[in-house]
Design a protein around this ligand. Sequence first.
Ligand code: IPM
Ligand code: MN
Length: 426
Amino acid sequence: MSIVICPPSGYNPFHFSRLPLGRVHVGAPFAEGMSDHRIAILPGDGVGREVAEEAKRILDTIQAHTNHGFEQVTIPCGGQNYKETGEEWAEGSFEFCRDEADAIFLGAIGYPGARLPNGDLAGGSVILGMRAGLDLYANVRPIKLYEGVPHKVHGKFTQIWEPGMVDMTVLRENTEGLYHSLLRRSADRALGREEYVPPEMTFPGLEGEVAYDPRPISVKGTERLVRMGFEIAEARNGAPEDGEKRVSCIDKSNVTRGCQLFRRVFDEVATSYPSIGTDHGYIDAFMQWLTRTPEYYDVVVLSNMFGDIATDLGAVLQGGMGMAASGNVGDHNAFFEPVHGSAPKHAGQNKVNPIASINSIQMMLDWLGRKNGEEELVQIANLIDESVAEHLRGGKLLTYDLGGKATCSQVGESISSILSAKLTNL
Ligand code: IPM
Ligand code: MN
């Protein structure tokens, strides 16, 4: 993919002084009276680069029809970038995302054979480095089934779950748990710190070479995640089954100490939200309930690795990974990304589903609007949701993963044009 090279004219060059010129693409200057938002666009690897184009198209569409302007700063990054340049991203990129961007979009990270000398995923500084280095403690992953979306099982497309019966928000802890060591190492690289090496442990009864990943779970990390879960439940309409607001704590507290702490903290936080129902489940059993009675779930909180795994299954209920959007959210920063990876075998063919990315932009605008008290951005986020729903209800122009033949850009264009009409009436 060619990166448009455009010097950042018209802006305070200070903002870009730590990024080498020529690596940064800045969009057109804003007209007066516009509310401007600086968005870092990190296309990353594989299909991430294609879906990022559709994310940008949505921002361009909003800019064209409202007073909200988006200065889009594209930062090349990821495993392929590492292979080509020796860097996961240009020096200063992390600081730019942290200090200069109002919000961040990430396409996908992961390129075949791209590993760092220490064996870690090349591009990890971007995705994991930001999660840990920006303290983005909640990975918010909505699981919602739109009308018109079929489920692919046994190679056939059929409607298994009912639209309206699948609508929950999953919160995956994003800074600790089984990912802790890798997160820490990735943030160390992003921040230029010395690399963290976990303490040596011995394992009585085990012989020969042993590899291990400590799974620390803290009260602080759990508390803030669970609190956000209850706050989100307050803002939602409850579970599809009965309209009851409910937060489910999913763990393995019959086995692990970390999960016992997680559940204890959950119960403590729950006492501050007496009007919201609670529920407890073990992760193994939850895998069954998620597929059989998804309508019961409103908000679900889980530790890091459990959340990673559960949300891929959750994506099946939504119609596949191409439909699954997410936000990595902290108290100050956030980045938004489709849950699917870089899918190297589909890359460069303009065929993947951009809806996960478009809905990630929806989440971004909702987050920005609530954070800055800009009600209209929240409304625009709702209009993106309606546009996606309308596009899917139409049943035409679906990508291959939903049984259609449409290209990635055709779907992006269709949703953007529906959105344009809605924005004109805003
Ligand atoms: C995700 C991905 C990442 C993760 C990978 C790419 C490191 O699977 O965002 O779910 O494991 O968190
Ligand atoms: Mn994952």
